[in-house]
Design a protein around this ligand. Structure first.
Ligand code: PMT
Length: 397
């Protein structure tokens, strides 16, 4: 969301029942530091009062092309001049049809034709209308004209039916706006990311694992996707939703992770291993649950798992960038540098685990980047999403 800071966003609101959700979107964008102004259709004013938006953004809403009381005689052009992103939420069938055909007969559609920045359309309507061939054709046309379409979601609709037509979630729309603003420096690049823990089963109900939540790896996958990458995310078990648009492969054990990473590594341009892979697995596994019986103690022996990152690093293809993580509880620099060298990495992200605000499970991380040329960059505590972007930027510099 940092990218929204100081950006000029124009929110277009057209006349559908989902118009009541537009103020929430406006607040999300404002809270992220964006300056938001609003253009409404006359029909939208039947669903929600312009006063709501004026109170929230402290600026007059543009509704009428010929409104003498608006601060500028050519408000639709002035608004478009410094607009970084124009987003219409909700966009009705009527507005979509007009935009697809270049019709400009009100303030919103005329303004949209003058916008040079990115344009996002978030349809919301009855499911049968959304499936109608005319709408499908108009949406394809808008996509061909470089509009970004944020698909509606499925669920209960105001017209008492169920189907695809609900306005996309406001957080998702805000994410889409961030993505639209992000420089696409990973276009045509395949980025392979691993995340989460592995589970090494002992019997059908017991395993050894670690507290990795997957947050760090998923943040990297999401950041790479936003930058235009063709992202493959190989993940151990987590409770997270995979980022939209990435190829997602769920695995359980280190062996499954290794198989899927090796299968996808050949043609990857960037490989980032944020997963907390178990170094060992039980030498013997049991088909059925082990009963405690009369024993006071039991012993298990473990054998080593393949070091996936080391295999990848030592067999690195020309031009490939391989980035590892080092999760340490002590001697961060010494241990990270050892791994950087032994695994032939381009960069290693050292992070201390077991301290507040860093490492496993939390939303933030405190990392030090160590580069193969000996450079080092110590970073402050930051959101994992922000760190993900920094890792991607610094590793390609
Ligand atoms: O998932 P979160 O809750 O957000 O937590 C994030 C994190 C702490 C898990 C993450 O930031 C992190 O540090 N990931 C690497 C954890 C780890 O396993 O570190 P390691 O020092 O044991 O391993 C070094 C590197 O080798 C890692 O890139 C690891 O993925 C890789 N490895 C390790 C063992 C193995 N058998 N195969 C590997 O590829």
């Amino acid at each position: 969301m940092k990218i929204l800071k100081d950006k000029n966003i124009v929110l277009g609101v057209s006349g559908g029942i989902a118009a009541y959700k537009a103020p929430k979107l406006l607040r999300i964008l404002q809270n992220a530091g964006a300056s938001v102004r609003v253009v409404m259709t006359k029909n939208a004013c039947d669903f929600i009062s312009p006063l709501t938006f004026e109170a929230l953004c402290g600026d007059k809403v543009l509704i009428d092309l010929f409104d003498g009381s608006y601060k500028s005689a050519i408000g639709h052009i002035d608004l478009a001049k410094d607009c970084d992103v124009a987003v219409i939420a909700p966009a009705t069938a009527n507005v979509i049809g007009k935009l697809a055909n270049g019709i400009a007969d009100d303030a919103l559609t005329t303004f949209m034709l003058a916008v040079k920045g990115r344009k996002i359309v978030c349809p919301a309507m009855n499911d049968a209308m959304y499936a109608n061939v005319a709408i499908r054709r108009n949406i394809m046309r808008l996509e061909a004209d470089d509009y970004i379409i944020m698909e509606p979601s499925e669920g209960a609709l105001a017209c008492k039916t169920e189907g695809k037509g609900r306005l996309a979630d406001c957080d998702k729309i805000a994410d889409g706006i961030c993505e639209a603003l992000t420089k696409k420096d990973l276009t045509w690049k395949k980025v392979l990311v691993t995340a989460g823990p592995t589970r090494e089963f002992i019997d059908p109900v017991r395993f050894i694992s670690n507290p990795s939540s997957g947050k760090m790896g998923y943040a990297i996958a999401a950041a790479a996707k936003k930058r235009g990458g063709n992202v493959v995310l190989v993940s151990g078990p987590t409770h997270l939703e995979p980022p939209e648009g990435v190829k997602f492969i769920r695995v359980l054990s280190a062996k499954q992770m290794a198989d899927n990473v090796f299968m996808n590594a050949q043609d990857a341009d960037i490989i980032i291993k944020a997963a907390a892979v178990s170094d060992f697995r039980a030498e013997e596994t049991f088909e059925h649950k082990v009963k405690k019986g009369k024993a006071d103690k039991i012993s298990l022996s473990f054998c080593k798992n393949t070091d996936i990152l080391k295999e990848i690093g030592l067999n690195k293809k020309k031009g490939q960038i391989v980035i590892g993580f080092a999760a340490e509880t002590e001697d961060l620099e010494k241990n990270a540098l050892k791994k950087l060298k032994e695994k032939n990495l381009d960069v290693i992200v050292g992070n201390i685990v077991g301290k507040p605000g860093s490492g496993f499970e939390v939303d933030t991380n405190k990392a030090v980047l160590f580069f193969k040329d000996g450079k080092k960059e110590e970073l402050p505590v930051m959101e994992k999403g922000e760190l993900a972007d920094l890792i991607l930027s610094k590793s390609r510099a």
